[in-house]
Structures are given as C-alpha cells and as structure tokens.
Design a protein. Structure first.
Length: 220
C-alpha cells in the first residue's frame, strides 16, 4: 500500500541520514586533527629553521588535504539537507494520505448509516401494509363465515317449508333468489379475499427482498 511504501522509504531515509551524520562527525574529527597537526607543524617550523622546506611542503600537503576534507564536508552537509527535505516531503505526503483515508472512511460510514435508516423505514412501511392486509383478510374470513351460516340457514328454511306448495314455491323462489344473491356476494367476497391474499403475499415478498438487500449492502 502507499502508506507502507512511504513508511519504508522514510525508514530508509532515516538510516541514510544517520549514516551521513556519522560521516560528518568523523570528518569533523579528522578536520580538527588536521588543524592540530597544522599547528604542530607551524610550531616545528619556528623551532627547526633548518628543515623549513620540508616543513613547508608538509604544511602545504596538510593544507591541501584540509581543503579537500572541507569540500567533502560541505558536500556531505548539502546531501544531509537534501535528505532532510526529502524526508519532510514524504512525511507531508503520508499525512495527506492518512487524512484522505480518514475522510473516505467517515464518508462511507455516513452513507452506510443513511442506507440502514432508509431500509429500516421501508421495512416498517411494508410491515404496516402487511398488518393492514392481515386485518382485512380476517374481516373477510369472518364475513365469509357469516354468509355461509346464513346460506345454510336459508337452505334449511327452504327444506322445511317444501310441504306447502303455493306458499312454498313463492317462498322458495324468493329464498332461492336471495340464495343466488348471497352466493354471488360470497363469490365477490372470495374474489376480494383472493386479491387481498395476493397483495399480502406480494408485500411479504417485497419485505423479504428489502431485508436481503439491506443485509447484502451491510456486508459490503
């Protein structure tokens, strides 16, 4: 990942920076030693005028070596500054990446919470619709039972008055007409009951689908 890569690069940069600093310390020590040697040679020059050419040559070499060491020291200082600048830049990149990841995580969590609330509301509406459909079905079942009882009572009444021909025929026709109407009404109730049952099943199917969809989205 980018975070791991940046962390690894920062660690490598720290190691290189530490090594450069160690070299700088050694160079500083060498320079101090060369300066001390130069002072000693200068003192020897004063004491030994007979060996002045040799001492001057040694001093010149030491001076050249000192200049070279100073150049190398300055180069190492420049390298250290560049390493520090690169380290600072990588730390800034890492901070920006962490901030971006935190913002993205917060946005995702907010969206997930909003989706959960929405699905909870949809499930509540579907449950209410199913409860209403159940109440309607119960009322229709009760009405159907009442009609069936009335139909049975009328059928018994038709049977009991069959002995009286004229009156029976008149009553029978009247009752048969009522029975026909009741049967028609019962068929209508049966049709309504079937429609309500289909609606209830559809609501149940929609609720199950909504619950599955909510579970699938929560697991993503």
């Amino acid at each position: 990942t980018q975070v791991s890569e940046l962390t690894s690069r920062l660690q490598e940069s720290e190691g290189a920076r530490s090594e450069v600093q160690d070299r700088l310390v050694r160079m500083q020590t060498d320079m101090e030693s060369l300066v001390a040697q130069s002072k000693q040679l200068a003192e020897l020059k004063d004491k030994h005028e007979t060996s002045l050419p040799d001492l001057e040559e040694r001093l010149n070499k030491e001076h050249i070596a000192l200049q070279e060491s100073n150049k190398e020291f300055e180069a190492l200082k420049a390298t250290t500054a560049a390493e520090q600048e690169l380290r600072t830049k990588r730390e800034q990149e890492l901070a920006l990446l962490k901030k971006s990841l935190e913002e993205e995580s917060g946005h995702h969590e907010s969206q997930l919470m909003e989706m959960r609330q929405k699905h909870s509301q949809e499930l509540a509406v579907l449950q209410e619709q199913m409860d209403n459909a159940k109440k309607i079905m119960e009322a229709l079942e009760k009405a159907k039972a009442t009609l069936a009882a009335e139909n049975a009572d009328m059928a018994n009444e038709i049977k009991s008055i069959a002995t009286s021909k004229a009156e029976t025929d008149r009553k029978r026709k009247h009752l048969e007409s009522q029975v026909i109407e009741l049967e028609k009404t019962q068929r209508n109730f049966d049709k309504i009951l079937a429609e309500e049952k289909a609606i209830s099943e559809r609501f149940a199917s929609e609720r199950d689908a909504a619950e599955r969809d909510a579970r699938e989205k929560e697991t993503k």
